[in-house]
Design a protein around this ligand. Structure first.
Ligand code: DAH
Length: 341
């Protein structure tokens, strides 16, 4: 029995020395010290011993158990330390290592200003809507009270896809679509691309952007138009901004006006930006023509409305002092980077 105990002690020692992970260590614990383990197996035979031998063997067995336990816990501590060291090695971060530069994109100047415009009108309760760029003549011209003979209908000005379909020349057709679709009160702006057969030069592009505005309700007057546009000008150019109306003609409004803002570079004195005028034209506007309301199924005796339309490129160019419209479409990064923070 003594030999068996010594053999267990020896085997346990060797096995523990070889043991490389916690799971194996646990298995060894069960194998040597468990209820059905080797040591217990030997102790069960104690009954067969003589009365003198029993305490001697008992003591030896206890010593062997104590020794295995000590070795187990030593090995466990060693394995834990090893695991920690490995984790530290694997998760090491070199804080002096060079980082990867992240380059953030920026908004295009047209988008920057359009976002501002949307923000201003949404603050006044306008919805932002859109319409198709490939548009029926009936929406682009007929419904807007544009006479058959009007020069803007000419192929020289308008891209025709078919006799009855064009690339919209203005965002105004969205007015007709809105009034056909929904009942007053209507309060919307409609930004988007428009197309005309212009040749490209410093101030012309066959593709440009407009923002349309439309309000229809009972009792809407020119004073409401003026109030809305004044709030818009102050929102875009600052609290000191002033506007003026000049009489004009558009087929779809009556009366019609062109609206100027006092030159923000010279405060009305006259400078290069405003070409000595002191004022800068920013949009066209007016009271929705009764024929347009009628065309859309809205009774002009019950309802009235105002509308306006602005050219986004011109506003952006003046705001940033850009003197060539082509810069807005060429997407040269050296130009665009000037607008990203
Ligand atoms: N559609 C006009 C244009 O392209 C701009 C415009 C003027 C729109 C007056 C309007 C308006 O809604 O009331 O020149």
């Amino acid at each position: 029995m003594k030999e068996a105990l010594q053999k267990i002690a020896q085997e346990a020692k060797e096995a523990l020395q070889r043991c490389q992970d916690m799971k194996e260590l646990d298995a060894l614990r069960v194998r040597f010290l468990g209820k059905k383990g080797e040591l217990t197996g030997i102790l069960k035979q104690m009954g067969k011993l003589s009365a003198e031998e029993r305490p001697v063997m008992g003591q030896l067995a206890n010593e062997v158990r104590a020794e295995i336990e000590r070795e187990l816990s030593d090995r466990q501590a060693a394995l834990k330390a090893q695991a920690l060291e490995k984790q530290l090695r694997d998760e090491k971060i070199d804080v002096t290592m060079e980082g990867k530069a992240v380059s953030l994109g920026g908004k295009h100047p047209l988008t920057i200003v359009l976002d501002e415009i949307k923000e201003i009108f949404m603050g006044m309760g306008f919805d932002v809507v859109t319409g198709p760029e490939v548009e029926y003549v009936r929406y682009n011209f007929d419904g807007l009270n544009v006479p058959e003979s009007h020069p803007s209908r000419d192929e020289q000005d308008t891209f025709y896809i078919r006799d009855d379909i064009v690339l919209r020349t203005q965002t105004s057709p969205v007015q007709v679509r809105m009034m056909e679709q929904s009942k007053p009160p209507i309060r919307v702006i409609a930004p988007g691309r428009v197309y005309r057969t212009d040749s490209v030069d410093a101030t012309h592009s066959p593709l440009f952007h407009q923002v349309e505005g439309l309000v229809v309700d009972k009792g809407v007057t020119m004073a409401d138009l003026r109030g809305a546009l004044e709030a818009f000008a102050k929102g875009l150019y600052g609290e000191d901004a002033q506007i003026r109306f000049r009489p004009h003609h558009f087929p779809f409004t009556e009366p019609s006006a062109e609206v100027d803002v006092m030159c923000f570079a010279c405060q009305g004195k006259g400078c290069r930006l405003c070409k000595g005028e002191g004022w800068i034209e920013i949009l066209g506007a007016g009271m929705v023509h009764p024929n347009v309301l009628k065309y859309c199924g809205i009774d002009p005796y019950e309802y009235s409305g105002f509308a306006f339309g602005l050219g986004l490129e011109r506003i952006v160019m003046r705001k940033y002092g850009i003197d060539d419209i082509r810069l807005l479409f060429e997407n040269d990064l050296r130009f665009l980077r000037q607008f990203s923070e």
